[in-house]
Design a protein around this ligand. Sequence first.
Ligand code: SF4
Length: 379
Amino acid sequence: MTPSATLGIYVHLPFCPYICPYCDFAKWPHRRSASDRYLRALEEEIAATDARPAVTLFFGGGTPNAYDASELAGLIARLRERFSLRAGAEISVEVNPELVRDGDFARYREAGVTRVSIGVQSFEAVEIATLGRKHTPEHVEAVVAQAREAGLDSVSLDLIFAVPGQTRAGWRRDLERAIALGVDHISTYGLTVEEGTPYAAWQLREPRAFADDALEADFYEDAIDLLEAAGYEHYEISNFAKAGHRCRHNENYWNNGEYLGLGVGAASFRDGERSVHTRDLEEYVASVQSRAEIPSEKERLEGVRRAGEAAMLSLRTAQGVVPGAFKERYGLDFLEFYAPIVEEFRTAGLLEADADRVRLTRRGRFVANDVCAAFVTYG
Ligand code: SF4
């Protein structure tokens, strides 16, 4: 399959009912007038974008279900037409469990949504409060049941570990509750403290409240142990899926496939160029309305740079790098070109490498970001 045959569409819906103190995404508090205006701008951007056939569609945020199900259905219909999305294409929506209303998922299903990703983060009351969230575990159970009743193909949960004050026992209970719900897919993210957020100020005041690297590794190990034992495949550093439930949209990113991002702050990768739209909401809306080019940062990825990015992305996955396919696509002999760092990481027990495959070992998964980054900067 050529890269363009896997085009994924990402749509950013940036409004949230409230702002979480650790969040660094492009997001704004939900106000009807602003969200209506943004929706109109998005529709104009869709209409003005080159129509190319796409195979997946992903609504992320922000909180996509701050919009009504009927508004999302309208957007899906436009996108389906513009990008020739076939019936049965994977269409994912991230949802905040607090905002799910009766009948929402049935409407999503009618509109063609196949998967929902529920932003749970934690089932533990203390962690939920620390993260600034407001749902209850019962709430999440009801939302999962609703997704099942509506007949959605895949239900995914997001969980966060290394929350200040979190214990391993509490984290293991989180994982056990997620497993007990029988969801198809679970994403686990280590909390990262981003500059400029209230969490960054908290960390400055009270660094000891935050997990150190050793504790963070323990949390991650618990996730791998419990989820693999429960039958989830650890198919990417942060993602676990039951058979047949991997997220194809995200797999396309890791396969260095092409994607088109629509909306404020959205990223695209097409024809060898990576671009990211402005994160300024007003600037985004005004440029679309005036039919001007949306201000974006652009960078062309070529040669060794492009190969390094591809290596980094592939190494995030359980499949790893297949040297034969890598050579065909990027013109580089992976094992020869990267020999010094492959050898260094292999000797350190972080990579396993032979002529057919190069991938992270279990130990390597714990320092995946460092290993992957070495390939981006190499050469
Ligand atoms: S709901 Fe998500 S996007 Fe919105 S503020 Fe919280 S973490 Fe950020």
